[in-house]
Design a protein around this ligand. Structure first.
Ligand code: ADP
Ligand code: MG
Length: 688
């Protein structure tokens, strides 16, 4: 059987709809999907019946509205199709109302004060622009989730609104280029990094199970220094997993295409083919879920945390983003002569302006407790947001700014220096893996998002920032300003955000400071920027988030951060008290007993005695670290506001946890492996 035989077999996609819906209905749904227009009344009833028949033929018994609350994971509540007929039998029913509207209890999801428990009504509403699919015998209907008063309670609603904003503002600009496009769409291709660990070992690590990352663990003798894992041969067990995963994703209509080993041991990547931002975001949520599920089938566990292990690279999610028209034009395609391509230059300038003006908006969109371990840690872009354009475009920009021509006019060829190897076209840009926002030829690659994050928020921010920037540009065009003077003015004003050098270097941090670029080093530092008037104004004026919604998100983000660190703190304490400390005491005692026995018969072991003394004092140190963390825990300012609490977790709790870990890791290196209570880094990273 070839892939095309089963690709999308569990998806109610356009081709299924074409076969199963009356012509009129199909046209109406197709227009909604492609043009974003409102659905005709009455269509839902017909679609619901067709969907139900299709799902039942595929063995489905239940349906669920599938939504994305602020937890960042998906939520579902399953209802069966059955309806009693009164004579002991049932019929299978699914109405237009069931399809269009659901009403989950909103009070149990994070709402940041938007919903009090006594006014818990929340609604899920069908998003026809993302296909329904079957998973585990349930028909899953992608939905938006909002409150009784219409405030977004999820990640999807703002994303859909931001796609509308891009559409509206980009069309305003395109009008000045005699374009016949009627819709502008944002596209995303997210590259998903992950770690794999053996399930049996995983189950022995409370930290991995409860927090997704190791809270203890000394570095193994071999890390990633040999650079032999990146693109290395894939182990049989991993390869079988990847194959299974691809098949499952293909059945769900997810175009998983690229897979390879990543930099760290046991780290891998999966990338799909890009699609519309909304579908890409839904698909990525589904991908993360399926990755975990299929891993279990192989006796493995898929770790999506940004930093499962200290000392080796963490995982990110490169968010490749572009905008294009419904006439098939990519608005970031430079063409053969970028310097003469006014439309391209204007859209490029719009992004440069957006990234400079809304740098903190982008920074907040990737601020999570897990991602704090990556950003700025010499493995991932710094926390400073800047743009890499590559030599050729830098030249173009220099020319435009100064009027001096220095441009390589045509794309050049590149040779391997061996005649038999064909000449290949050189790309417009080289790679710069240290840049947070890199132009990669026809799209931008935003490299800051964390691996576990939903990309909905990330793309809502990019779309909003760029839409706001396009809106300013459209105002100028409408007022009669010439395209090239708009471009040149933007380049002159915002070129501080352009940086082609090494983003990992200390010099860049100093240089960025000189340029006045914000450097928000941690999540707790970044979150307050959400309330920055400039960001609020952009979200509001682009109709993506209201002030009330932003304020609620601010609360949710801070609370989420504190909760995560709290769980990590409790887990650290439990592991230290119940596992590590007893093991160390037992080991020291057994050595001391041995020494006593030896000395009783006149064998003198002064060196061994010295070692045991050192270990005993390290164990004492561990006890001290534990009680210090206990003290820090007892002083958590529970009654303070969310920001104060988060600051306390970031400063006091994390540093006490760090001190405890340091002692424990030192002990791990000297305590017999036989006594050590859980698998070590070496086991976790190499026994897969
Ligand atoms: P890399 O070379 O950066 O590792 P990959 O091939 O792993 O690239 O992933 C690149 C991602 O970018 C893929 O998901 C791909 O579909 C996506 N992509 C390609 N073109 C575009 C585009 N115009 N807009 C958005 N995403 C795109
Ligand atoms: Mg990439």
């Amino acid at each position: 059987m070839s892939v095309s035989d089963f690709f999308g077999e569990n998806v109610f996609n356009l081709s299924v709809m074409k076969k199963r819906l009356p012509k009129e209905t199909f046209k109406s749904v197709e227009t909604t999907i492609k043009e974003g227009t409102a659905l005709d009344a009455g269509v839902a009833e017909i679609v619901a019946t067709a969907m139900k028949d299709w799902a039942i033929e595929k063995g489905a018994t239940h349906f669920t509205h599938w939504f994305q609350p602020m937890t960042g994971v998906t939520a579902e509540k399953h209802d069966s199709f059955i309806s009693p007929t009164g004579d002991g039998n049932v019929i299978l029913e699914f109405s237009g109302k069931n399809l269009v509207r659901g009403e989950p209890d909103a009070s149990s999801f994070p709402s940041g004060g938007l919903r009090a428990t006594f006014e818990a009504r929340g609604y899920t509403a069908w998003d026809p622009t993302s296909y329904a699919f079957i998973k585990d015998g349930s028909l899953c209907i992608p939905t938006a989730f909002y409150s009784y008063t219409g405030e977004a309670l999820d990640k999807k609603t703002p994303l859909l609104r931001s796609m509308e904003a891009i559409n509206k503002q980009a069309l305003r600009v395109l009008k000045h280029f005699n374009s016949n496009a009627t819709r502008v769409i944002s596209y995303v291709g997210p590259e998903q990094e992950y770690f794999i660990v053996d399930e049996k070992l995983y189950l022995q690590r409370k930290d991995l199970m409860l927090t997704g990352r190791t809270l203890f663990g000394a570095p193994p003798a071999k890390g990633q220094e040999m650079e032999d894992h990146y693109f290395g041969q894939i182990k049989d067990r991993i390869s079988a997993y990847m194959k299974d995963l691809d098949e499952e994703l293909w059945k769900l209509g997810v175009c998983a295409t690229t897979k390879h080993n990543e930099v760290a041991p046991a780290q891998h990547e999966l990338a799909p083919i890009f699609t519309t931002a909304n579908v890409a975001s839904d698909n990525n949520q589904l991908t993360m879920e399926v990755m975990k599920k299929i891993a279990k089938k192989h006796g493995l566990v898929c770790l999506l945390h940004e930093k499962p292990y200290d000392g080796v690279n963490g995982s990110g999610k490169h968010n490749n983003w572009s905008i294009g028209t419904n006439t098939g034009e990519n608005l970031f395609k430079p063409g053969k002569k970028p310097i003469e391509n006014k439309k391209f230059l204007l859209f490029l300038a719009a992004v440069i302006k957006a990234v400079d003006e809304y740098a903190t908006m982008l920074r907040v969109a990737v601020a999570t407790a897990g991602n704090d371990h990556r950003l700025g840690a010499n493995e991932a872009p710094p926390a400073i947001v800047s743009i890499f354009l590559g030599k050729q475009l830098e030249d173009v920009i220099e020319t435009l700014k100064t009027g001096k021509v220095s441009v390589e006019e045509t794309l050049s060829k590149i040779s391997a220096g061996v005649d038999a190897v064909p000449l290949i076209n050189k790309d417009l840009t080289d790679r710069n893996r240290t840049s947070p926002f890199a132009f990669t030829g026809n799209r931008f690659e935003f490299r800051m998002p964390g691996s576990a994050q939903s990309i909905a928020g990330v793309n809502s921010a990019i779309n909003t920032a760029v839409a706001a920037s396009l809106s300013d540009i459209a105002d100028e065009l409408d007022a009669g300003k010439d395209v090239m003077s708009i471009v040149i003015d933007i380049l002159k004003k915002h070129d501080r955000v352009l940086f082609d050098g090494n983003g990992y270097s200390d010099e860049w941090v100093a240089e960025a400071e000189k340029r006045g670029l914000p450097n928000l080093k941690s999540t707790v530092e970044a979150i307050p920027e959400l309330l920055n008037e400039k960001n609020v104004k952009a979200y509001e004026s682009m109709n993506v988030l209201s002030r009330v919604e932003i304020e609620s998100r601010y609360e949710i983000l801070l609370e989420e951060y504190s909760k995560i660190i709290n769980i990590e703190m409790l887990t650290s304490l439990e592991m230290a008290k119940q596992e590590i400390l007893p093991a160390c005491i037992k080991y020291v005692n057994s050595l001391a007993e041995g020494i006593k026995t030896k000395e009783a018969i006149g064998i003198s072991v002064p060196e061994e005695k010295k070692t045991v003394t050192e270990m005993a004092s390290l164990t004492e140190e561990l006890t001290k670290n534990i009680s210090e963390l206990e003290t820090v825990k007892s002083k958590i300012p529970h009654d303070a506001d969310a920001l104060e609490i988060a600051k306390y977790y970031e400063k006091d709790v994390l540093s006490a946890m760090g001190a405890l870990r340091k002692t424990a890791d030192t002990l791990e290196c000297v305590v017999s492996k036989e006594f050590w209570p859980f698998p070590t880094y070496e086991d976790l990273m190499y026994r897969v």
